[in-house]
Design a protein around this ligand. Structure first.
Ligand code: NAD
Length: 472
């Protein structure tokens, strides 16, 4: 990949596996000292993280360029700038969120118990990330963990090794080392982490590994937050503005070369407008990439050869016809934004998650049948997109379950940094971002305080029971 060599990046180094139990024990000890519970401590750590991200922006832009050929524009907008903004938003709101909630819905007769919900840190946590947004996907949960008062270990993706090392340096330099740590590595290091006892495991990645994590978590009844993928559908009805739909869906598959968990895997298009829609897609492709996609400085690359080969296999295995793009170059890890017209939901292009710039177009004759097809695909989508009349969009929303949804847009719901973001069913459980990040790592602890003078009123609780009590 092209690099600008503005800053020197550390070489990738896995954390020695035998250090991992010590790291975990040290963080657990820190939690027991209660220091991470102090609100001022949390704010200081968040401010330090904020300045660390500012100071390390150049390093992160460089590492993202190296790992994914991510353009600086994307890296600012979706990673570093995003994390900085998220950090600031949490700093500004933390004191309000952390207060006891005394405005609880209870029957009047219990009001004297002074009920309150205390916001307690859930404990010591691990955050395991994946490679497509290697900064955002570990730093944003980390912001939530710090805000909630939880010591945390981050385990960035080894598939974005340069960024993993910059994050480690940043965390070690700016945050309290007794409460926050980075473990770098792949399966052996993550397995060693999972062998330790945690109070929450926050995992972003694929379904296969999520099952390994859940099995491990079940042994110790450790709660998990799972941010997974899915085979996300988009709908384009004959009433949609086809130019706008093509433009917005192309955005969804060109940002980060479509390596976005929320991007569409397949587009169901009313058969009456399929040709027009394909023409619009090709026109937008030309507009985005006047000199061809490979020559564009704006298009990221596929993260590695393994993922390149996986997508290439999908393009070779499809029974459909490429109607836009199709060019690939393994040496350059380049895959052009590619649309494949298929005639069956069983096509590999729909049955597998592309997690890249390739997707299927499946024509439909009737919206009800199209909805049935989507509900027959064996996964709960992380996102759902619908371009059509208001009643069509609402019908799609009403009949298909998904983590989040955008109407008349690609995954815009996931681009609003303060809205809760998460999946449902096979696309995950739990959510984060904005206040949801604080809540994800917070235990909502109900506390009542029974006045000592109240015992007369409470006499009904005590034995020997009296028949007359039931009448009151
Ligand atoms: P992955 O599950 O292979 O890797 C993610 C993390 O799991 C890495 O840190 C890796 O080191 C660790 N890991 C890998 N194998 C492991 C094992 N055997 N035991 C323990 N840990 C292990 O994920 P991936 O394939 O790199 O990521 C792509 C998937 O992530 C796609 O399905 C995509 O949709 C999903 N995703 C979801 C979100 C979201 O926020 N919902 C965001 C990005 C990506």
């Amino acid at each position: 990949h092209k690099t600008t060599h503005k800053v020197q990046l550390p070489l990738f180094e896995a954390t020695p596996v035998d250090e991992i139990p010590r790291i975990a024990a040290s963080l657990r000890n820190t939690f027991r000292t209660n220091k991470t519970k102090d609100i001022e401590y949390r704010l200081v750590q968040l401010r330090k993280l904020y300045w660390g991200l500012q100071d390390y922006t150049e390093h992160l832009l460089e590492s993202l360029k190296q790992d994914l050929n991510k353009p600086a524009h994307d890296a600012h907008m979706t990673e570093v700038g995003w994390a900085i903004q998220d950090c600031m938003f949490v700093i500004q709101n933390l004191e309000k969120w952390a207060q006891d909630d005394t405005n609880v819905d209870i029957a009047l007769s219990f009001a004297m118990l002074k009920p309150r919900i205390k916001k307690e840190p859930i404990g010591t946590v691990i955050i395991i990330g994946t490679y497509n947004f290697p900064v955002n996907l570990v730093v944003c949960p980390l912001i939530g963990a710090i805000a909630a008062g939880c010591p945390a270990v981050i385990k960035p993706s080894e598939s974005a090794p340069a960024t993993a090392m910059v994050l480690k340096e940043l965390v070690e330099k700016y945050l309290d080392p007794t409460a926050y740590a980075t473990v770098n590595g792949a399966v052996p290091e993550t397995t060693a982490l999972l062998n330790e006892k945690w109070d929450k495991i926050f995992y972003t990645g694929g379904e296969r590994v999520a099952k390994i994590i859940c099995k491990k978590a079940a042994e110790t009844l450790t709660p998990v937050c799972l941010e997974l993928g899915g085979r996300n559908p988009a709908f384009v009805s004959k009433h949609a503005d086809l130019h706008l739909a093509a433009r917005r869906l192309m955005w969804g598959k060109t940002l980060n070369a479509g390596q976005v968990c929320m991007s569409h895997n397949y587009v169901l298009v009313d058969r009456a407008v399929v040709d027009d829609f394909i023409n619009q897609l090709n026109a937008i492709n030309q507009e985005f990439f006047p000199n061809g996609a490979q020559a564009s400085p704006d298009l990221a690359r596929i993260v590695n050869h393994q993922h390149f080969d996986r997508m290439k296999k999908m393009l070779e295995g499809t029974r459909g016809k490429i109607v836009m793009g199709g060019e690939t170059d393994r040496n350059d890890l380049f895959i052009a934004p590619t649309a494949v017209l298929v005639d069956s939901v069983n096509d590999i292009m729909i049955q597998e998650e592309s997690f890249g710039p390739i997707w299927a177009i499946l024509p439909y004759d009737n919206l009800d049948d199209a909805i049935k097809l989507v509900n027959g695909v064996d996964s709960t989508p992380l996102s759902l997109m619908a371009f059509g009349k208001k009643d069509e969009n609402e019908k799609i929303l009403h009949n298909i379950t998904s983590g989040g949804a955008s109407l008349n847009d690609s995954y815009m719901h996931g681009a609003v940094s303060t809205l809760p973001f998460g999946g449902v069913g096979t696309s995950g459980t739990g959510s984060y971002r904005g206040k949801a990040s604080f809540d994800e790592f917070t235990h909502h602890r109900t506390v009542v305080e029974t006045p000592t003078w109240m015992d007369k009123l409470l006499r009904v609780r005590y034995m020997p029971y009296q028949e007359s009590d039931l009448k009151t």
